[in-house]
Design a protein around this ligand. Structure first.
Ligand SMILES: [Zn+2]
Length: 406
């Protein structure tokens, strides 16, 4: 970020904004590289007795009473936290602006140093300390918006391709899947071949995830020579081989259907629009309230809370758009998973339903969330919807045709 601001000769505020963009990209790219079927990972549970996983007979998504109670409590808490966090964040920023805390901190920073970068180093941590809720998943700011925007894209692309080869092994340990689960290797090969992907056996790995998370996953990552299959070691504990193949099929769908590129393109377009809109909002707020808030202009450090306020509002307003896109590609991946495993084992719709049921139980996914909340904040279709779709999907009878895997 410092490099960017030096090259462009821009203000420290813009350096901060660059940093925010990079943080978003890091968050976004990790979402897309692992493209997990699993919900938020949970902390490690005590070691369980090793049993062979069984498929469940599922007709709809239901939780047993004890798990339902826990899921309902979790759902209520997370919804309240989501809404309260949003309102709280906006109120806090508004109050800070009204009380002219930004200008006071800026004056303090200016007393300590004349250097703009040092002023930023003083101002930002002080402001951060004052703000209890900081969530900035969206980024807007700057005079050279388009150049700024272009600079972030190659970085995002690089990160996505470098992550499986350099970053993943730094944080996780891998073993050849052929050594740990030889029977799974040939089954996965059937799926990859069916989908037209050629991944050699020595490019299939088991990742030791059980030390960190209790959820399971199996996916394709990397491109060209770095292309590889990764199966988390937890998967064999919870899922049968056909279930693992479905999960893998879903993730392979993300890969084959180029969801990484589509996600990047979507991010590029929406963030460019976000930059434009965010700048307009900040300028508008400064025109109306700038004098009252004692903010000198766009380049004033004290304008940072205004930027954050605009970010919060835009993030909230933009959430349904990003999530509708995400739900769309998740649904496509579900279709792909069902199609690519069709015929490899009997009743693959029921197998898919069983793996969703297990996923729902594992993550205490509430069966009947509010539809408005789903529309606004869900990145995946609900478990109930996914189970219903898996059990119903049957394009192999005339006149229907499968969508992706013929
Ligand atoms: Zn997915």
């Amino acid at each position: 970020m410092i490099l960017i601001s030096k090259i462009e000769g821009e203000s420290s505020l813009q350096a901060i904004a660059s940093w925010l963009v990079l943080c978003t990209i890091v968050a976004l790219s990790s979402t897309f590289t692992t493209a997990q079927i699993a919900a938020a990972p949970q902390t490690t549970a005590p070691a369980e007795v090793q049993t062979h996983p069984q498929e469940l007979k599922v007709t709809e998504y239901r939780l047993p009473p004890d798990k339902l109670a826990k899921a309902a409590a979790l759902y209520k808490t997370s919804t309240v936290l989501y809404l309260a966090g949003l309102v709280f964040g906006i109120v806090i920023l508004w109050v800070l602006l009204k009380l002219r805390v930004g200008p006071a901190l800026r004056n303090l920073a200016e007393c300590v140093s004349r250097n703009r970068f040092l002023q930023t180093l003083i101002f930002v941590p002080l402001l951060t300390l004052l703000i209890a809720v900081i969530s900035l998943p969206f980024d807007i700011y700057g005079h050279h918006i388009s150049r700024f925007w272009l600079l972030t894209l190659p970085f995002a692309v690089l990160l996505i391709f470098v992550a499986p080869v350099i970053l993943d092994p730094m944080f996780n340990s891998f073993e050849p899947l052929e050594k740990t689960q030889p029977q799974l290797v040939s089954e996965i090969e059937k799926v990859t071949q069916r989908g037209g992907l050629n991944i050699p056996r020595d490019h299939m790995f088991e990742m030791n995830a059980s030390a960190k998370v209790t959820t399971y996953n199996a996916y394709v990552t990397g491109i060209g020579a770095t292309k590889r299959v990764v199966v988390w070691d937890n998967t064999a504990r919870d899922l049968t081989v056909p279930e693992t193949l479905f999960v893998f099929g879903h993730e392979m769908g993300h890969y084959v259907l180029n969801h990484i590129y589509k996600g990047l393109a979507f991010f590029a377009v929406t963030s460019l629009f976000g930059f434009w809109l965010g700048r307009r909002i900040v300028l508008m707020m400064l025109t109306v309230w700038g004098g009252q808030w004692h903010i000198r202009g766009l380049n004033d450090l004290a304008a940072l809370p205004v930027l954050m306020l605009a970010l919060s509002l835009l993030t909230f307003a933009g959430e349904p758009i990003g999530n509708a896109f995400s739900r769309h590609i998740e649904h496509q991946a579900d279709i792909y998973g069902l199609e690519v495993t069709h015929g490899l084992f009997p009743n693959n719709g029921e197998v898919a339903a069983s793996s969703f049921q297990k996923l729902g139980e594992k993550s205490y996914d509430y069966p009947t969330p509010n539809p408005l909340l789903v529309f606004w904040s869900y990145g995946h279709p609900t478990i109930a919807q996914r189970i219903r779709f898996s059990l119903r999907y049957n394009p192999w009878n005339a006149p229907d045709r499968p969508k992706y895997v013929k």
